[in-house]
Design a protein around this ligand. Sequence first.
Ligand code: ADP
Length: 402
Amino acid sequence: MTASRVLVLNSGSSSVKYQLLDMSDSSRLAAGLVERIGEQTSRLKHTCLTTGDTREHTGPIADHEAALKAVAEELGRDGLGLDSPELAAIGHRVVHGGMFFTEPTVVDDEVIAEIERLIPVAPLHNPANLTGIRTARALRPDLPQVAVFDTAFHTTMPESAARYAIDPKIADRHRIRRYGFHGTSHAYVSRETARLLGRAPQDVNVIVLHLGNGASASAVRGGRCVDTSMGLTPLEGLVMGTRSGDLDPAVIFHLARVGGMSMDEIDTLLNKRSGLFGLCGDNDMREIRRRIDESDEEAALAFDIYIHRLKKYIGAYYAVLGTVDAVVFTAGVGENAAPVREAAAAGLEGLGLAVDPELNAVRADVARLISPKDARVAVAVVPTDEELEIATQTYALVGKNN
Ligand code: ADP
């Protein structure tokens, strides 16, 4: 029997999301989430996707090790345990791979040490990702563990796009450059867009707009990323749910010197209390649209600022790419919010971009075109699937050895 299952783990600071996939047909066998790890009210929600059974437990789960053991137990109850010979590998989402990791990588001690060395540039994410890797390794030391990096897809960016215009010696000493994030999604969605167009990825230029709570845009030429909107950290670029995106760096000096705020306070302000939430008190696009329908001016201005930034990036990446075959919307907002897609494309007919109102209004969870038939540039909605992409990359790496 060939082992064809891959467990995908996404370990956050207080949560673990997981999916078990069978890569013989890319089907999903189980999925779930452990949240509030370390609190009294931890919660595990597990769904067996072959039977549709869902189980939920609330109660203290002390740490990631306990969380993974609980997940293993739930999988075991469905006959899908971590001890199964059908499990080929565990694929881990790792947020920051720096310049070192350009591809998915089988985890060994040296890989762990390098992910650790990147903690200064990813202080929130990499420690949690590492905890997940270490715990999974301890549970199944014999099983290949693969790290799939959010930054890897963007390592093809040319230096002209990846470097900030600061002294390179200082930049290099502190590993300061534009890394980009959401790479697993940008990779998957740009490839699926080529498939939707019936063309090979190397033959198309695509602008990908990943609009979730975090949001980023990327310019993909022939399947390779040439620019992306997030930078050293996920703070740069588009207006997001709670992050400001681009701003004049002098705002930070001003808040410190004139506003008397500490660096930590400014960090929290820009990452957690800005963006749509900072502008109007809501970061959920559904709520913002509902408020706009009730003539709420604050929500309308937040929406306009969000769209203005999005348009600027579409224009910028159009210029970076020279010719564009498709602009594609993905993630929670991109896949669901027709008014965002309509507003982002409005007025861009000169660039060959247009959205067909009827196609745009269709609600569906499949990849689809929303541009008029004769459009010069295709506009598409392509649901992202980061777990499938992590599983695919993991299986491609270890499947060879099976
Ligand atoms: P993340 O993975 O970054 O947490 P998601 O890609 O799941 O984010 O996107 C979450 C966001 O998607 C929500 O905050 C909300 O703004 C938006 N969203 C989800 N469903 C809808 C919908 N039906 N209409 C408009 N926006 C939606």
